[in-house]
Design a protein around this ligand. Sequence first.
Ligand SMILES: N[C@@H](CCC(=O)N[C@@H](CS)C(=O)NCC(=O)O)C(=O)O
Length: 216
Amino acid sequence: MSIQLYFAPGACSFVPHLMLEKAGVPFEPIMVKLHKGEQLTPEFKAINPNGQVPVLVDDGEVLTQILALVGYLDKRFPEAHILPDTPMARAHAIELLSWFNNTVHPTFTHVFMPHKYSDQPAVQADIRQHAAAQYRALMNTLQARVLALPADQWLAGPHLGPLDAYALTVTRWATMAGIAPAEMPDLWAYVQRVAADAAVQRVIERERLTLNMHKP
Ligand SMILES: N[C@@H](CCC(=O)N[C@@H](CS)C(=O)NCC(=O)O)C(=O)O
């Protein structure tokens, strides 16, 4: 077995990174420096023409897109309990995973990378401002979700999994988008609970992440 994961520190690749760590299998983490544009090099685009992380390579076969990676890793390593087993619980987990991936995530991209949507600085500033307000509303939605959880449960049930990894990632992004932890106390408390997990700790250390990026 030979597994490689192309990841960028603090990016959405944290989700499959944690799933591989949880599975306890050997894998090679390969860092892609997004701020240096390494995702746009011909070498990387030969692996993923979309120029994005994460990319999973398993025995030479390339897989992209978080939803696909999570579904694949769940089937590949069933003992890791990446997704729930019962059909409806599994569907609800994918429902929330999709929301993270197709709603929360692109909203943050508008805040963090407005140059992807316009080459005019004034328009970029407008995009950033509007998206930041939308992102704040999405964090409130996520906070309500974690607040409703029993103390011993994670977002998909009894096992910490991809939804919790995504929640940690997008909450860290919220601090980069100008939202202080004190403005989302219940969500922040939840992220601290996720971060206390031993496998999460190892991935945070490997990616050298600071969870609170807020600058007062
Ligand atoms: N829908 C994609 C989103 C991947 C994505 O947006 N990756 C970001 C990091 S969080 C990236 O590589 N951005 C670099 C770029 O777009 O230049 C997935 O699920 O994998």
